[in-house]
Design a protein around this ligand. Sequence first.
Ligand code: AQP
Length: 334
Amino acid sequence: MLNDKKVLYSGMQATGTLTLGNYLGALKNWVNLSDEYECFYGVMDLHSLTVRQVPADFRKNARSLYALYVAAGLDPKKNCLYYQSHVSAHAELGWILDCFTYMGELNRMTQFKDKAAKHADNINAGLYTYPVLMAADILLYQADMVPVGVDQKQHLEICRDIAERFNNIYGEVFTIPEAYIPKAGAKIMSLQEPEKKMSKSDENVNATIRLLDDPDTIIRKFKRAVTDSGSEVRYSEDKPGVSNLMSIYGCVTGKTMEEIEREFDGKGYGDFKLAVGETVADELKPLQKRYEELMADKAFIDGCIKENDEKARYFANKTLRKVQKKVGLTEQIR
Ligand code: AQP
């Protein structure tokens, strides 16, 4: 690497406008890690193809995701923010690693089962081998650390297994990555079905807070959030709706669950939901303003993408060449 910092890798799919779950579970933490690590963050557009995309919307979503990375505070000079599809080494290493992954391992992946149930008309091979491409993403950059929400923990475990299997055969080729799961915000739930995680591809508009929702919309969605019977603001397993709102409020304000319980002692759900809505709307205002400025500055974003794509290609190709050599693929004659 460029310096002796440890390497961190993560990314998001360009499958729709980011949600508060993506922000609190991932993006907000990424910003705090930039100084300590050499960071690579991808716009994971190849992964997004596992679900059918409308091409024009897909392109817009990918660009919007890139601008949201920057608007949230990721400095494109300090972090390598790039497009996955612009670095062909991802697909190339993905194929090689497919040949080192067992179907039995992939059969156990719960995200595949969930997504197959959700997209029963399009259970494609990409959806099935998604964790192998994700392993390639991480291993190409020799990442030490991968910050993810709890939903991605199983994928990181299979990535480690694949890397260890490869290293056992060919020597120390890959760094074995560790998962970094944030203490707070690791799993933000749907506002309408609090037993389901908040997802950007959810079609129920009231279930998700989008990072680009205006303040009135945010407050309205929180007011409509499903709560539980009773009227007490208390964190407990039998109150998934209220507990989810408390986690959100805690993540944004830094308050503990006990502090929140004390703050809303004797007040009803109405006051609580309004406070959460207003707090989230205020948190997102600066990000939204910066996002508008960035989307209007085409040259700046294009320049960032070009420069960072090149940087990502340089590091990814170094690992790919090493892997190709190890498995015995012959070099191109130039
Ligand atoms: N609800 C969530 N709570 C906390 N973290 C979350 N993440 C996603 N949802 C939550 C984290 O966000 C990052 C981006 O994930 P992704 O775009 O690669 O795919 P995903 O996990 O499948 O996210 P979505 O929003 O649910 O997308 P769709 O609807 O397209 O499947 C990851 O670090 C994830 O842990």
